[in-house]
Design a protein around this ligand. Sequence first.
Ligand code: ARG
Length: 446
Amino acid sequence: LVAAERDAAAAAAAAAGGGGGAGSMASDVAKLAELKGAWPNNIAVQTFDLAYFKSLQAGEQAGLLKCLQSGIQNPDSSMGCYANQPSDYDRFKPFFSRALARYHGVGEGARHESDWSLPAGVSYDVSSLGLGALSMRTRVGRNLADFPLPASMSRAERVALEAKMSAAFDVLISMPEYGGAYHSITPGHPSCISEAEYGRLVGEHVMFKDMSADPYLVSAGIAADWPYGRGVYVSGDGGFIIWVGEEDHLRIMCMARSTRVESVFNRLKVALDVVNGIPGLRFAFSPDYGNVTSCPTNLGTGMRSSVHIALPSLTRDGTDARAKAVCRPLGLSVRGLGGEHTPIGPDGTVDISPSARFCIKERDIIAKLFEGLSRLVAAERGAADTADIAATAIEAAMRGHLGRKKVDAIQAAQLAAQSAGATAGADAAAAAAGAGGAEAVATAGA
Ligand code: ARG
């Protein structure tokens, strides 16, 4: 079948050859056929259908292939495509409806509906789980209806979009409950900040990193023209932020240290309505798919709602593997503290968020986050108990091997190291016990 598809693709490629730009179209189609057998997890590659492609006019064919560039050039992609125009999801529905169904686990005819209203009287208070205030953030991706999406913008369009948003930010800045300032990194922009200031804002996770480091965004064309048209609005209290010119035209977010998961969510809803109400701003929206985002993984709500939580027991091995195994069935994604594809914090702090974005209501994302968090906290406590049991077993095994005096010496050394704040307790213990002790521990722990 794969060979047959490759032949068909080669035929299509030959048929397409000859016109301006058609050479690259032909090689994309051939490449897609080649990748299909080798990259089963690349959704765009797997969803691309030659018969559908051939049914399109040449201009539409080029438009569809443009959406797949990132997945073609990065075969390890999991999604492998980005929309280039606000209308692309509807325009290329036979492709996107199947890609969306695969990624989000919904039916091909699924329609998205929005609902932010939390049930009356509900409170997602993490102190009821025995936790203190956590760092929380809820963001939504939004795009303006009257510009191409970031994958297909010219430099002039990126700058024009930023100018339009700068005027909108002046409205926010004049409102006492927002205030703050806009910080641009566009050369020559009246609010342009220095390199050092930009670095400081990135370090504080207020501003986004240079996108040219992300190969998916580069191949898609989303990272192009850096740093033109890029910047961040920050409210006076620092809790409300709008990124301009990242993966979506706008990433609108609220953050706070709080015990109440619904606090940033509710603030975001109010702020979003204010932004949407500024004359001249109209968000791209699809009647079937909801809020339009560059990446199909974000379509619908465009929302990621996260908390930072320390999971020292589940991450005892220094990786997030166990935390991920616990979180996956709870519908939660685990990320590092610097965002997607970043490492976990040194104390085992991770970023947790519901994975679902599409065909889920905003209110249900927040409910899922709280529900998942309560189960995760239970799993973390269970892992801590298991660790105690393991330590007891190790101790018993050591006593068998080493005799009472040596085990007491090891434990005294461990206690001393812990109370001195040292992290090298194990080394001290091994030194006290000698080589035999280390061996006994390793055997018992295996
Ligand atoms: N394009 C990449 C892939 O397909 C990332 C997708 C999800 N991440 C994102 N930032 N949209 O694997």
